[in-house]
Design a protein around this ligand. Structure first.
Ligand SMILES: NC(=O)c1ccc[n+]([C@@H]2O[C@H](COP(=O)([O-])OP(=O)(O)OC[C@H]3O[C@@H](n4cnc5c(N)ncnc54)[C@H](O)[C@@H]3O)[C@@H](O)[C@H]2O)c1
Ligand SMILES: [Zn+2]
Length: 365
């Protein structure tokens, strides 16, 4: 597994590895056996990937003499709630999980968030391994220990920091992911390049044909590098107390506002973030932080990956602007805008004039 090691995350709950590769379930099962020697493992899977991913993983774990209990759930964002947690708690009770049991979450970010939260709360905390199967969950949701569920008053209001034992990303899983979901994941992966890695952005631009057609080794390598960036940031700023993790919010101020106005579901998260990154880029340009060429480079890369760069029809600019004030990240009424001074060089500003924000939104129409 050494060649698959992408990163080691440092956390107050222990350091742990992230493995990224293509088709290595057998090696993963052996690794789990050798490192944790569990008698039983409890797998909780999104039903959409049960046949393609979970069954294979169960077979490999059982070949390594680990008895598996599995639960396949028909899950989506509207079911990321306490009712589904209770359903999983019931199941864990019925199959006899114990305090030192290991759960494995298999699915997209909804599943890793939900199962991570179950692992943080059931019996005051079990062990969890994440096996993300969507690109968004690989490059973003599964990394960093934030887990949670939605509440009637808003998204992710109930949650906990729960660091897993390990995260395993098998890019073969992505073969069955819908193109629109894949592109939405690219938004977060490319965001990491805009923020921290000029070289990675060049790869996204120059090798887009191979990346989009999932051709290895470049496909797996590019995901691995993007994962490393998020892993480095969360290792430096586990609880988002410093100025590192907040930078990952590039494109999210407008992105979240847009998601709120279009009602969740119409735009995928990565699509809303893509439009948000265009607005943040326009703001950066209008404040003379970046050149017109850099701005065009950012926008054309998003376009290359099938991401939207224009504001959704029917959205009122004033509503979009006003709604940014509802963002969780707003402190004392001031928005912390994550902007760019250059590719690979983010800056946080809390004094962007309203008129510049409005103009920058207007430019995306
Ligand atoms: N904890 C964090 O730090 C963090 C960060 C970002 C996002 N999130 C959360 O992640 C969630 C979004 O993640 P997501 O975009 O992965 O959503 P998701 O889990 O709903 O997955 C997207 C869709 O793809 C399907 N799917 C997943 N893997 C598949 C595969 N291999 N083949 C075919 N279909 C597959 C799912 O069933 C679903 O329909 C949100 O709930 C968000 O709040 C959490
Ligand atoms: Zn995001």
């Amino acid at each position: 597994m050494n060649d698959l090691l992408a990163s080691i995350i440092k956390s107050t709950q222990g350091d742990y590895p992230i493995f990224v590769g293509n088709n290595f379930k057998k090696d993963l099962a052996k690794y789990i056996k050798n490192n944790y020697d569990p008698k039983r493992i409890f797998l909780i899977s999104d039903s959409k990937v049960f046949a393609s991913e979970t069954i294979n993983l169960i077979n490999e774990l059982e070949n390594s003499n680990i008895k598996c209990e599995s639960l396949s759930i028909d899950i989506n964002e509207t079911k990321k709630n306490l009712d589904t947690c209770a359903y999983i708690y019931d199941w864990l009770l019925s199959v006899g999980s114990e305090r030192n049991s290991i759960l494995i979450s298999i699915g997209g970010g909804v599943t890793t968030d939900l199962v991570g939260f179950v692992a943080s709360s059931w019996l005051r905390g079990l062990n969890v391994i994440h096996f993300p199967t969507s690109l968004a969950a690989m490059v973003d949701a599964s990394i960093g220990g934030k887990t949670g569920v939605n509440f009637k008053h808003g998204k992710n209001l109930i949650g906990a920091f729960k660091q897993p034992l390990l995260i395993s990303m098998d890019t073969k899983s992505l073969e069955t992911l819908k193109e629109r979901e894949l592109n939405s994941g690219w938004a977060e992966a490319i965001k990491h390049a805009f923020l921290f890695d000029k070289g990675l952005l060049k790869k996204f631009q120059m090798q887009s044909k191979d990346i989009i057609s999932k051709k290895d080794p470049v496909f797996t390598e590019i995901i691995k590098r993007s994962v490393q960036i998020k892993a480095e940031i969360v290792s430096k700023d586990e609880f988002e107390k410093g100025t590192d993790r907040i930078k990952l919010n590039f494109g999210h101020t407008i992105g979240h506002s847009l998601e709120g106005l279009t009602e969740y579901g119409k735009l995928l998260h990565g699509e809303a973030v893509s439009i948000g990154m265009v607005v943040a880029t326009n703001i950066s340009k209008n404040l003379n932080l970046i050149s017109n060429d850099t701005k065009n480079e950012i926008i054309s890369t998003l376009k290359q990956y099938g991401l939207p760069i224009n504001l959704t029809k029917g959205i009122d600019i004033k509503d979009l602007f006003d709604n940014t004030k509802n963002d969780k990240k707003v402190k004392n009424g001031k928005i912390n805008w994550v902007l760019l001074k250059d590719i690979g060089s983010p800056v946080i500003k809390d004094d962007v004039p309203d008129s510049i924000v409005m103009d920058s939104i207007q430019e995306t129409i």
